[in-house]
Design a binder for this molecule. Structure first.
Ligand SMILES: [Ca+2]
Ligand SMILES: [Ca+2]
Ligand SMILES: [Ca+2]
Length: 142
């Protein structure tokens, strides 16, 4: 995917209904190990552990931003930083098991103890809407 396409997607929240959720859907499906369309808290934990480069069960901002932009090419560094800030609920500078309950309850909109794909994509898109679009534009310029 070209940077221009990524830029357009980043600037088009309404595109959430079409092609943009695919990467998030891939994340969801990877984490949904028994393929029942629902994520348990352990499954959601696995999504974040995918970002844990040195496998110490603690995801630093550097690890998260690097994987977000390089490995999964999910978006801009600013977007990653924004999402990291939201996910690091206790603000200790890393995403760890201590943050998981709050992250899980954020995604589990109806509070039934499972996150279905609709909840995941809705809340993930919601997080992304908070990312600063104007900063995205400036980083795309030389
Ligand atoms: Ca780590
Ligand atoms: Ca934390
Ligand atoms: Ca739910």
């Amino acid at each position: 995917m070209t940077p221009i396409v990524l830029l357009l997607l980043a600037l088009s929240p309404l595109a959430l209904g079409s092609s943009e959720p695919q990467r998030e859907a891939i994340l969801f499906n990877q984490a949904d190990q028994n393929k029942d369309g629902q994520l348990t808290q352990a499954d959601l934990r696995q999504i974040f552990l995918n970002f844990d480069v040195n496998k110490d069960s603690s995801i630093t901002q550097a690890e998260f931003v690097n994987d977000w932009t390089q490995l999964y090419t999910l978006g801009s560094p600013q977007e990653a930083a924004t999402l990291f800030g939201r996910a690091d609920t206790d603000k200790d500078g890393a995403i760890t098991d201590k943050d998981l309950p709050a992250i899980f309850s954020f995604f589990d909109m109806d509070g039934n103890g499972l996150v279905d794909q609709n909840e995941f994509l809705t809340q993930w898109g919601d997080l992304r809407l908070d990312a600063p679009d104007t900063v995205v534009v400036s980083t795309m310029s030389p």
